[in-house]
Design a protein around this ligand. Structure first.
Ligand SMILES: Cc1cc2nc3c(=O)[nH]c(=O)nc-3n(C[C@H](O)[C@H](O)[C@H](O)COP(=O)(O)O)c2cc1C
Length: 272
């Protein structure tokens, strides 16, 4: 099967697929759109040619129009709704003592795979810490790492205020994982060109989807940092070789509800 097949009865030769193809490999002469065989290797499999065709005329080797969810205009957010949706997201640091069903967690990863990735490489992989006891083990390991930094690099530890976090943990207050029942760890092969950015965007998609499922989350910056530096935690996570942890999200049912949206500083923008 060639890379694209075009139904000549349906194709109106409007050129949308040609214009929207990111690597510009679709050509349109007097005939229907086609891809030269030697150009096929440049396809990034993004499906834009299928998705943009109003006539459902184009099928990609990996994707037929019927497999794509139709875009429903009525479901698009208005400006006001979009602003409210994005501004109402909050970092959640208190969770109900209630696990999230795997089926619900799975929905998060199914959604996050629609986040953009460099060259559509989709390199993001997930490690889910489902067991709340394991989440606590991870929090304890991060505290061990902080204690180690306090000893070996007191200036850096003071800058990051590790002493207060360690003291809080000793007093039963978990400032590392916030007693969240679950962690989602985004990791990727280090050989990709943008693994850190791709994972951060996927985590952002995941975080934005949480409230729709009645959930809340918070970035686990300390866990992520320790995962890069603390061998016992690396051994515990046991990520595949040549991959790295690029971001962590705590996940659970929020204990409290927010009633207002806090302000942020004006965006520093340079206009030229
Ligand atoms: C990369 C990153 C790492 C973060 N790490 C932590 C963390 O380890 N613990 C924590 O409580 N919050 C963490 N946060 C949450 C920020 O503190 C939070 O986003 C910020 O205070 C703004 O609050 P908001 O998310 O509710 O708007 C992190 C956020 C980001 C983006």
């Amino acid at each position: 099967m060639t890379l694209i097949t075009v139904d000549p009865e349906r194709c109106t030769k409007d050129g949308h697929c040609v214009a929207e193809c990111p690597p510009q490999i679709i050509a349109l002469t007097d005939e229907i759109p086609f891809v030269m065989p030697e150009m096929e290797v440049y396809c990034i499999d993004c499906g834009h040619c299928v998705a943009v065709c109003p006539a459902e005329a184009l099928t990609l080797r990996t994707l037929a129009p019927a497999e794509c969810l139709p875009l429903n205009k009525a479901s698009l957010l208005s400006e006001e709704q979009a602003e409210h949706f994005l501004r109402s997201r909050r970092s959640i640091r208190n969770y109900k003592d209630k696990p999230v069903e795997r089926e619900t967690l799975q929905k998060l990863f199914d959604l996050a795979r629609h986040a953009p990735t460099g060259s559509n490489k989709q390199p993001v992989q997930w490690l889910v810490i489902e067991d709340a006891g394991d989440v606590q083990k991870i929090a304890d390991m991060v505290i061990d790492w902080m204690k180690d930094v306090i000893q070996k690099d007191p200036a850096a530890a003071a800058e990051m205020k590790f002493d207060r976090i360690v003291a809080a943990q000793a007093g039963g207050v978990d400032r590392i994982c916030r007693k969240a029942p679950h962690l989602a760890i985004a990791f990727a092969d280090t050989a990709y060109s943008n693994p850190q950015t791709d994972c951060a965007i996927a985590l952002t998609y995941l975080e934005l989807f949480l409230p729709a499922l009645g959930l809340g989350g918070c970035w686990g910056g300390y866990v992520n940092y320790a995962a890069k530096h603390w061998p016992p935690l690396q051994q515990f996570l046991n990520l595949p070789e040549n991959t790295e942890c690029y971001g962590v999200m705590m996940i659970g049912y929020p204990r409290y509800r927010y009633h207002r949206m806090p302000l942020r500083r004006e965006a520093p923008v340079v206009w030229r």
